[in-house]
Design a binder for this molecule. Structure first.
Ligand SMILES: Nc1ncnc2c1ncn2[C@@H]1O[C@H](COP(=O)(O)OP(=O)(O)OP(=O)(O)O)[C@@H](O)[C@H]1O
Ligand SMILES: [Mg+2]
Length: 240
């Protein structure tokens, strides 16, 4: 049987390098993922996971290499261009505005992305009903789990094609972790989204991701389908 071969993967990163001043942090990363899948970047603290995501969404400029989205070279495009062309980003530590209400936090994302729409899509509140209930409350008054839902909801208001999440389960209680995992799967399967996340929680990756890529000191040292995420890889590169 001849399987269909696509001309290009949805997201393709080639030879990506990055340095903070003189300190080289990313050493030639190659990575690709298909549309409508969940890929997970894993690795111990300080190996360069957040730096990779910041390069991907345009907050840092790579010192070498390229990034292609749906066949288009976006290596040099500005963050707001990436936002309007379909990127959503949930930064590590959530970074919501504590003094703005939930509603205002969501509205800010709409205007920041410069999209031609004023209303917060009802799908955001359907995905995270607690945000509707709390819409008049200040972001800073929400629990950690509610703030994470707000951070994800804020990235969803522009209806991104590629959603990038940095450690969405960090410091979150188990029932909310499960809920976030189910939301991620639903966004991919029912809303045709593609999701790239950084995650250190192996059980979460095995349950909700399709592929993984393990980073160690700015290099990918193991990549593949999550079924191949074996004990040897976990013990060597992920366990403390
Ligand atoms: N703004 C910065 N200036 C200089 N060095 C930085 C900066 N941000 C991160 N680094 C360094 O770059 C390396 C990679 O950091 P990064 O935050 O990408 O790691 P990480 O894998 O996301 O870690 P964590 O799991 O703790 O979130 C670390 O050595 C870190 O100290
Ligand atoms: Mg990080």
């Amino acid at each position: 049987m001849i399987s269909e071969v696509k001309d290009f993967p949805f997201l393709k990163i080639q030879g990506l390098e990055f340095a903070y001043g003189e300190v080289k942090v990313l050493h030639g990363l190659d990575f690709h993922m298909d549309e409508k899948s969940v890929a997970c970047v894993m690795g111990r603290n300080g190996v360069g996971k957040t730096t990779l995501l910041r390069n991907l969404v345009g907050l840092e400029k790579p010192t070498a290499g390229s990034i292609h989205l749906a066949g288009h070279d976006i290596t040099d495009s500005e963050p707001f261009v990436r936002a309007t062309s379909g990127f959503g980003y949930v930064p590590q530590g959530r970074q919501i505005f504590p003094l703005l209400t939930v509603e205002e936090n969501l509205s800010v994302a709409l205007s920041a992305a410069g999209v031609d729409q004023q209303l917060i899509p009802s799908s955001v509140y359907e995905t995270f009903p607690v945000l509707y209930d709390m819409r008049k409350r200040r972001g800073g008054d929400l629990s950690g789990g509610q703030q994470q839902q707000l951070a994800i909801g804020r990235a969803l208001v522009t209806r991104p094609k590629l959603l990038v999440l940095d450690e969405p389960t960090e410091g979150i209680q188990p029932n909310i972790i499960t809920m976030i995992g189910e939301v991620i799967r639903n966004l991919v399967e029912e809303h045709n989204m593609t999701i790239l996340l950084v995650e250190q929680y192996v059980d979460f990756v095995k349950k909700y991701a399709d592929t993984f890529a393990v980073m160690n000191r700015g290099r990918f040292v193991a990549q593949g389908a999550v079924s191949g995420l074996d004990a040897t890889t976990i013990n060597k590169h992920l366990s403390i």
